[in-house]
Design a protein around this ligand. Structure first.
Ligand code: IPE
Ligand code: IPE
Ligand code: MG
Length: 231
C-alpha cells in the first residue's frame, strides 16, 4: 500500500477562497476548519499515523489584530467542540509552536485537550500554532548550549538524533509527504529541519476546497515517487 506514515500540510488559501466569493476572510478560515475535520478523518481511515497541520505561523502574528482574534476564536471553538471527533477516531492532539504568545485561557484549553486525548493511538494530530521553524531550531540550540554549559553533554554528543529530540516534533518521525495548497511554491518557515527528505506536493486547490479525494490524489502521486535519499 505504501501509505505515508507522516503527512504535513501547509493549509493555505483560506483568504483567497473567501475573496473569490466577496466574503470576509474569516469565512474562508471557517470553511478551512471543515477541511481540517475532513482530512483528519480521512487520515484515520487511510491509516496515516501522523498528521501535522500548519495553522498559524510566527509571521502570522503580523496580520491585522482583528483577523488574529477571529482565528484564535475559531481555534478555541474547534478544541471545545471537537472532542467527540477525537474520541471516536482515536486521535491524539499535540500543539507545536511557541505558546508564550497565546492567550493563557486558550493555552489552558490546549493543554486540556492534549491531556484528554493522551491515550489515543490511531493518529497523532500535531497542530502547528504560533509555529516558526527558525524559532524552533534556535530554541533547540539554546537548550543544547545550556546542557553543554552545565556539563550534561559534550558538544561531540550533538548529532542529528540528539538535535531532533530538542525539536517540538520529538515524538514523530520526519514527514514523508509535505502538501501545500493554493499553489504557492514555498515552505514559509515550516519544519525546515524535518522536511529534508520529504516528498513535496503542491496543489492549486485552496484549503477550504481540499477534501478526501484530493488527499488520495496526493498520496497516489507520492506512491509513484522514487525516494532515493541521496543513494
Ligand atoms: C491560510 O490561509 C491560513 C492561515 C495562514 C492562518 P491564508 O489566510 O493565508 O489565505 P490566503 O493565502 O490569504 O489566501
Ligand atoms: C503559511 O501560510 C502559514 C500557514 C498556513 C499557517 P501564509 O499564507 O502565512 O504564508 P505566505 O505568507 O504565503 O508565505
Ligand atoms: Mg496564505
Amino acid at each position: 500500500m505504501n501509505i505515508p506514515e507522516h503527512i504535513a500540510i501547509i493549509m493555505d488559501g483560506n483568504g483567497r477562497w473567501a475573496g473569490k466569493r466577496h466574503l470576509p476572510r474569516i469565512m474562508g478560515h471557517r470553511r478551512g476548519v471543515e477541511s481540517v475535520k475532513n482530512i483528519t478523518k480521512a487520515c484515520v481511515n487511510l491509516g496515516v499515523k501522523y498528521l501535522t497541520l500548519y495553522a498559524f505561523s510566527t509571521e502570522n502574528w503580523n496580520r491585522p489584530r482583528k483577523e488574529i482574534r477571529s482565528l484564535f476564536k475559531l481555534l478555541d471553538n474547534f478544541i471545545s467542540t471537537q472532542i467527540r471527533l477525537f474520541n471516536e477516531n482515536n486521535v491524539r492532539i499535540y500543539f507545536i509552536g511557541d505558546r508564550k504568545k497565546i492567550d493563557p485561557e486558550i493555552r489552558k484549553k490546549m493543554e486540556k485537550i492534549e491531556r484528554d486525548t493522551k491515550d489515543h493511538k490511531k493518529l497523532i494530530l500535531n497542530i502547528a500554532l504560533s509555529y516558526g521553524s527558525r524559532q524552533e531550531i534556535l530554541s533547540a540550540v539554546k537548550a543544547l548550549s545550556g546542557e553543554v554549559k552545565n556539563g550534561l553533554i559534550s558538544p561531540d554528543d550533538i548529532d542529528e538524533k540528539v538535535f531532533s529530540k530538542h525539536l517540538y516534533t520529538k515524538h514523530c518521525p520526519d514527514p514523508d509527504l509535505l502538501i501545500r495548497t493554493s499553489g504557492e511554491m514555498r515552505v514559509s518557515n515550516f519544519l525546515l529541519w524535518q522536511i529534508s527528505y520529504s516528498e513535496i506536493y503542491v496543489t492549486p486547490k485552496l484549503w477550504p476546497d481540499f477534501g478526501e479525494k484530493d488527499l488520495e490524489k496526493a498520496i497516489e502521486e507520492y506512491q509513484h515517487r522514487e525516494r532515493r535519499f541521496g543513494k
